[in-house]
Design a protein around this ligand. Structure first.
Ligand code: ADP
Ligand code: ASP
Ligand code: MG
Length: 410
């Protein structure tokens, strides 16, 4: 029988009635003759609420204990969904990440999956069960419980799809696919029918929450097709791209064409300049201290003696401690800016000429948005601007590049 992996995000299991609707969708899929593995996120804002509790107890919560706490969220939804499926006459069994064989490295709070040993999952599928798995979590080689970083349930789903040889992996959310920008911010955003792995990964890394970047990276490595669609949408028919978005190997589009705009609000920008002779240090020392505190940088730029680093705050839960350590060791040599956000446009060959950089820079400048930095790769152009104007900037660049596109310069 064909195996299907479905993942339901937090908003899809936010309350009991929605859990029952998910159970119904699972049962309909089952009746179509598929074996099913269902991955769930924590209910609604549970993960944020648990983090809030931790912060009330400790401003710098211990990373291991955070993982013990945060994994409880997905455990609640897996058990409730399993019960709801049973209520509808299905035979379901739930597993934690550890029970389903998700093995990670030993980095707490943003662990990476190293391998999947899905033996219990496969045994239960062979017994005809619907297997419900808690997303976002695993177990390290040291037998410690770990979490996969925010949005990590998508990664669980894709890794499990690869491990059990699923026909496809469906990521079900409150939005019916990947759009040219966050539809909550840009009402004119359009759904993209088919995307390449690279485009999707860049969009995700630039802040488009709809799919997790590491999940897409896994899908690319393993050649798994991801179908992103709304939980409320019908089951995939003969043409799975008819509704929703499909992420898979995709023939290149016209180089330079922009597929989407994304933004990231919750970033810190670190500037390091050794104060000679007051307090000499090597730029490497700054990176070593950040590594000691498990701080993950997004964009690193070194020019002469100056280092600039963009840090995503998503999985940084000990910010106060890191700031104190930087100040104690490097004094005024390290400054942190907490007012900037990143806006990116994504597309294959986007910086083949400077046309796109110029157009974006001009459009932002014309609205009086000052640009603190620009970074490019062959898939992305990112501008650092005042965080308070990010949404406005997303709408502006969406008009510039997608609603009124121009042929890219040869
Ligand atoms: P889930 O809980 O189902 O994992 P998320 O909140 O993680 O859902 O992701 C879905 C949200 O991502 C949508 O509600 C939407 O506002 C946001 N989003 C941001 N960028 C995009 C985009 N380019 N396309 C679709 N949704 C996007
Ligand atoms: N519950 C986790 C989070 O809120 C994981 C996920 O939803 O994918 O980040
Ligand atoms: Mg998500």
């Amino acid at each position: 029988m064909s195996i299907v992996v479905q993942k339901y995000g937090g908003s899809s299991v936010a309350d009991v009635s929605r859990i029952k609707q998910v159970a119904d969708r699972v049962m309909r899929t089952r009746r179509e003759g598929h074996d099913l593995v269902v991955v769930v996120s924590a209910m609604g804002d549970t993960t944020d609420d648990l983090l809030g509790l931790a912060k009330q107890v400790s401003p710098n919560p211990n990373r291991r204990e955070l993982d013990m706490l945060l994994t409880a969220g997905e455990r609640i939804s897996m058990a409730l969904l399993s019960m709801a499926i049973r209520e509808l006459g299905g035979d379901a069994i739930s597993f934690t990440g550890s029970q389903s064989g998700i093995i990670t490295n030993d980095r707490h709070v943003d662990a990476r999956i190293i391998e999947v040993r899905p033996f219990r999952v496969q045994d239960e599928l062979a017994r005809g069960k619907i297997v419900v798995i808690a997303g976002y979590q695993g177990v390290s080689y040291r037998r410690e419980v770990t979490t996969l970083g925010r949005g990590g349930s998508d990664t669980t789903a894709v890794a499990m799809a690869a491990a059990v040889g699923a026909d496809y992996c469906e990521i079900c959310s409150d939005v019916d696919g990947v759009y040219t920008a966050d539809p909550r911010v840009v009402p004119a955003a359009r759904r993209i029918g088919t995307l390449s792995y690279e485009e999707t990964q860049e969009l995700a890394e630039s802040g488009a929450r709809v799919l997790n970047a590491q999940a897409v990276e896994f899908a690319k490595e393993q050649g798994i097709a991801i179908y992103a669609r709304a939980t409320s949408s019908p089951l995939p028919g003969s043409d799975p791209s008819a509704d929703g978005s499909v992420v898979r190997r995709h023939p290149p589009r016209m180089p330079g064409a922009v597929v989407g705009v994304a933004s990231e609000r919750d970033v810190l920008v670190l500037h390091a300049v050794p104060e000679r002779p007051a307090r000499p240090f090597a730029l490497q020392d700054v990176l070593a201290l950040l590594d000691e505190h498990h701080v993950a940088g997004k964009q690193l730029h070194v020019s002469g003696e100056r280092l600039t680093l963009v840090i995503s705050r998503e999985n940084l839960h000990e910010e106060a401690r890191v700031r104190d350590a930087l100040a104690a060791r490097f004094g005024q040599g390290v400054r942190i800016s907490d007012t900037l956000g990143a806006i990116s446009v994504v597309g294959t060959g986007i910086n083949a000429s400077f046309d796109n950089v110029r157009r974006g820079t001009e459009a932002l400048g014309a609205q009086g948005m000052s640009i603190d930095g620009i970074a490019t790769s062959s898939f992305r152009i990112t501008w650092m601007i005042d965080r308070s104007r990010l949404d406005e900037a997303v709408r502006l660049l969406h008009v510039t590049f997608i609603e009124q596109p121009r042929q890219p310069a040869p």
